[in-house]
Design a protein. Structure first.
Length: 135
């Protein structure tokens, strides 16, 4: 089966006069079992997060508040996604160098991911990433 590429997943929205509600179930709305959730917040203006790749972990990034931009590099081309809607998630398969920037004030990046935290799953060295891409 062809490997899924990064793409936006539109999550369910329940509209209500009391406010809206969105949700995500693993292997249903999200194409993996959810093993961990973390979120990034209080990001100072101009800061950059990420700058690494994952060997196995799949992720879904959601801007639950505010906005930020995610740049994904596969070793050849870069694709950028600006997230600003709490009902949209960016699916990222393993093998993409990811950087997050342009965080708006008060923004929150929630991440659903397929594996528990392990530093062994990270490639944080850019040259090591390029070497892996080149075979
Ligand atoms: C990603 C982007 C969007 C933990 O102890 N447990 C965790 O679950 C995570 C995610 C991190 N950490 C520790 C590891 C570092 O000592 O928290 C510290 C900061 O992590 P990092 O520098 O990797 O943070 P970001 O924002 O650069 O990257 C994180 C995720 O690590 C990464 O997978 O995709 O958010």
């Amino acid at each position: 089966m062809e490997k899924m590429k990064p793409h936006i997943i539109v999550l369910p929205r329940i509209f209500d006069p009391r406010g809206s509600l969105s949700f995500a179930e693993g292997e249903n709305h999200v194409p993996f079992d959810i093993a961990r959730v973390y979120w990034i917040y209080d990001v100072p203006a101009g800061e950059v997060r990420g700058s690494h790749s994952h060997k196995e972990a799949k992720s879904l990034l959601v801007a639950t508040n505010g906005s930020f931009t995610v740049h994904l590099f596969d070793g050849k081309t870069t694709e950028s996604f600006t997230l600003s809607r709490p009902f949209e998630g960016l699916y990222i398969p393993p093998g993409y160098w990811r950087t997050l920037d342009n965080f708006s004030s008060g923004s929150v990046c929630m991440v659903l991911t397929s594996l528990p935290y392990s530093e062994d799953d990270y490639i944080r060295d850019y040259n090591e990433f390029l070497n892996q891409c080149n075979g």
